[in-house]
Design a protein around this ligand. Structure first.
Ligand SMILES: Nc1ncnc2c1ncn2[C@@H]1O[C@H](COP(=O)(O)OP(=O)(O)OP(=O)(O)O)[C@@H](O)[C@H]1O
Ligand SMILES: [Mg+2]
Length: 243
């Protein structure tokens, strides 16, 4: 069996005539955190949307191997079932639903007979928010009652509630405070220790350097280099990003 959990080989994705991805290769081992770095428009989010089947198999070229086997997913529910969970750059919450309902969207806990098990969902949502160090959040309130940073934490809780083998974090910290970012980095380290792999995308290279084992840089839809963080520093990442 492959030592890699994930291999993406020669991924090409076009929008009309525009080549957003032009033959990208990346690999991730179990428990490894790969920092995916590149300037605005380099293709980071597009690559992760290919992986999570936001862009289904057949709408891009190349090959994805998951646990050494070809992955040809048609929907996000298929990739989630495989253990690929993405926290998107854009918030995907439903403003009028409660924090707990948002966390369990599409994965609702039910009672025998099929009715919603709200007490169990509220209990679990509270535990997740405690883990994220926001114990004061009322998970029964509409998520729109909370500001951008809290909503980003709800997105993270929603992802943590799924059984990820690979967690993709696409700019997870843009609306977070310093102490919230520290909690997030701590959680990522915990997940790594449990063998969960991560792809971490952030323009904040200090975060990337703090948590990632490996840095893959892409530029203009092409792979530039993949280097162990131990052999890297922030100025070298920037040099690779800008070319
Ligand atoms: N749905 C789309 N339709 C057309 N072009 C798109 C679409 N999504 C992305 N692109 C283009 O593909 C390229 C890569 O975009 P992408 O969003 O993947 O970049 P990124 O590396 O995530 O950038 P950022 O750091 O700003 O988030 C850009 O040129 C972008 O304009
Ligand atoms: Mg992006």
């Amino acid at each position: 069996m492959s030592q890699y959990l994930l291999q993406m080989n020669g991924i090409v994705k076009s929008f009309g005539g525009v080549h957003a991805l032009n033959g990208i290769d990346i690999k991730v081992r179990p428990g490894e955190c790969v920092g995916l770095c590149g300037e605005n428009g380099a293709g980071k989010s597009t690559l992760m949307k290919v992986l999570s089947a936001v862009y289904p198999w057949g709408t891009w070229q190349g090959e994805i191997l998951w646990d050494g086997q070809p992955l040809k997913a048609h929907s996000i529910s298929e990739t989630e079932a495989a253990g690929i969970v993405i926290i998107h750059q854009e918030l995907t919450l439903v403003p009028d639903l409660s924090v707990a309902e948002n966390i369990f969207m599409g994965h609702e806990l039910t009672l025998p007979g099929g009715r919603m098990n709200y007490p169990a969902m509220i209990h679990r949502a509270e535990a997740l928010m405690r883990e994220l160090k926001v114990p004061d959040m009322n998970v029964s309130l509409p998520v729109s009652q909370y500001g951008g940073g809290y909503q980003q934490l709800v997105e993270i809780a929603k992802a943590l509630n799924k059984q990820a083998r690979l967690l993709i974090l696409d700019e997870p910290s843009s609306a977070l405070t310093r102490s919230e970012i520290d909690v997030l980095l701590h959680i990522v380290r915990d997940l790594k220790a449990k063998g969960v792999a991560c792809v971490y995308i952030s323009h904040k290279l200090d975060e990337v350097a703090a948590v990632c084992d490996t840095i893959s840089v892409i530029r203009d839809g092409k792979h530039v280099a993949t280097t162990a963080m131990a052999d890297m520093d922030i100025p070298r990442i920037i040099t690779q990003m800008v070319g």
